[in-house]
Design a protein around this ligand. Structure first.
Ligand SMILES: [Zn+2]
Length: 172
C-alpha cells in the first residue's frame, strides 16, 4: 500500500491534474464546488467499494444526502476517486521505465476529465470500459497532458495511446 512518500506524490499529481483540467474546460471554483471530489486509496478505505482489482482507479459518485447537514459538500453529492494503490505498486514494480508521479498524473487527470465532461456536457462519467466515452476521455487526457513538462510523462502518455491497452488491463 502507499506510504507517506507515495501519498505526497498522489497529492502532487492531483494538484497538477486539477490545474490542467480546470484550464482545459475553463472551470471555475464554483464549478468544482458543484462537483466536489475527494481522493483516497483503496488500501486506506474500510468501506466496501467494489473496486475492480484490475483498475488503476475507481470513480464513484455519492448522491445527495440531506441527512449530512453538517457536511455541506457531502450533503450535495460528491465524487470519490479511489486510487488502487496495490495495483499501481505492482504494475510499476515490473516496469522500471515508468514513474509514479507521471502515472498518477495520468490517472487523476483521466478521472477529473470524466467529472468535467459531466459538468459541462452531461457525458456520464461512470462508464463501461468499452464505452465511446472512455475513448474520448483517454484522447482528451493525452492532449491535455502532452504540453506538460514532467520527467517520465512521455512514456506514460505513449503507453496509454493505444486502444488495446486503454480497453484492457489499464482501464480507468
Ligand atoms: Zn475512464
Amino acid at each position: 500500500m502507499f506510504g507517506t512518500g507515495e501519498l505526497k506524490v498522489l497529492e502532487k499529481a492531483t494538484q497538477i491534474a486539477e490545474e490542467v483540467t480546470t484550464d482545459h474546460f475553463s472551470l471555475s471554483s464554483r464549478d468544482w464546488a458543484r462537483s466536489p471530489f475527494f481522493v483516497d486509496t483503496v488500501s486506506r478505505t474500510n468501506r466496501s467499494i467494489n473496486c475492480p482489482q484490475n483498475v488503476f482507479a475507481h470513480l464513484v459518485y455519492f448522491g445527495k444526502d440531506p441527512g449530512k447537514k453538517n457536511f455541506p459538500r457531502e450533503r450535495n453529492g460528491y465524487y470519490k476517486i479511489f486510487v488502487n494503490d496495490p495495483k499501481i505498486i505492482d504494475w510499476l514494480k515490473n516496469r522500471p521505465g515508468y514513474g509514479l508521479l507521471p502515472l498518477l498524473t495520468y490517472v487523476m487527470t483521466h478521472e477529473l476529465v470524466h467529472i468535467a465532461r459531466f459538468l459541462r456536457f452531461h457525458c456520464h462519467p461512470l462508464t463501461n470500459i468499452k464505452d465511446k466515452e472512455e475513448e474520448v476521455v483517454h484522447e482528451l487526457t493525452y492532449n491535455i497532458l502532452k504540453p506538460v513538462k514532467m520527467d517520465g510523462l512521455y512514456p506514460i502518455l505513449e503507453y496509454f495511446n493505444n486502444s488495446e491497452r486503454r480497453f484492457s488491463h489499464a482501464n480507468l
